[in-house]
Design a protein around this ligand. Structure first.
Ligand code: IMP
Ligand code: MG
Length: 174
């Protein structure tokens, strides 16, 4: 058990289990994209750790472009995501097979918007997420490591109020 700020979290997914999930996702993706050179877009901040380990294990050629998600400006600021990624020049997507890397899909609203926006420019878009809250999400990822119920988790890149991203295991809220 660990404490982060005012909340207690219990052991949930060990680093050994995470490594197994990442390896299996990397071999599926390497198989499916054999002969292609996908453009991999990890969505910051949460996916940085997962993306790094996943990409190291791919056996195909690929390019990598990290991006954040833009929030609405003005009165909507901070409330919701536009679904547009912080990519300077969207022409890098033209004709590309894009793989979006996400840490966790919750309501699925962010990924729904990101994918529909990316599809305007790119040839194909697939999404790989480490965790997927299947009963909450309106979005079905192409690849996921593990399904969750409606649990709040931290660690391995994922945060509670900005903390916990550096943990090597994943913990869930008690
Ligand atoms: P969605 O649009 O509701 O699917 O939100 C997805 C984003 O919310 C993810 O990319 C995470 O950054 C964040 N998020 C969702 N669930 C959790 C969680 O359990 N722990 C930490 N971050 C989460
Ligand atoms: Mg995220």
């Amino acid at each position: 058990m660990i404490t982060i700020q005012d909340k207690q979290f219990e052991d949930f997914i060990s680093s050994v289990e995470i490594t197994e999930m990442v390896s299996s996702l990397a071999s599926k993706i390497s198989e499916d994209y054999k002969g292609q050179i996908p453009l991999i877009i990890p969505v910051l901040n949460g996916s940085f750790m997962f993306a790094a380990e996943l990409i190291k294990q791919l056996t195909i050629e690929c390019e990598v472009e990290f991006a954040g998600v833009k929030s609405y400006k003005g009165i909507e600021r901070g409330k919701s995501s536009t679904g547009w990624l912080t990519i300077d020049n969207y022409s890098i997507l033209n004709g590309r097979d894009v793989i979006v890397v996400e840490d966790i899909v919750d309501s699925g609203i962010t990924m729904n918007k990101i994918v529909s926006n990316l599809l305007v420019h790119s040839k194909t878009v697939k999404v790989v997420t480490l965790l997927y809250k299947l009963n909450k999400s309106v979005f079905l990822p192409d690849y996921f490591g593990r399904e969750l119920d409606d649990e709040f988790v931290v660690g391995y890149g994922m945060d509670y109020n900005g903390f916990g991203r550096n943990l090597t295991d994943i913990y869930k809220l008690k």
